[in-house]
Design a protein around this ligand. Structure first.
Ligand SMILES: [Zn+2]
Length: 63
């Protein structure tokens, strides 16, 4: 039996928005509902990025 193979199909890869490591798109974390769209290689990078983003958020009123 011949199995149809598509050798030209390769898993799409993206670079982690934090550590720049390349990971398959299917394995990347994508935050939903955020105004920033990024990809992360794992929950650790996502948490790290979220923490940095929160600390940088201009939520504090400046007087
Ligand atoms: Zn990463």
């Amino acid at each position: 039996m011949a199995t149809p193979i598509q050798p030209e199909v390769q898993p799409e890869k993206i670079s982690c928005s934090l550590c720049r490591k390349e990971v398959p798109l299917s394995a990347a974390l994508t935050p939903q509902g955020a105004d920033y769209v990024g990809y992360f290689c794992g929950i650790e990078c996502y948490d790290e990025f979220s923490a940095q983003k929160e600390s940088q958020a201009p939520e504090k009123p400046q007087k």
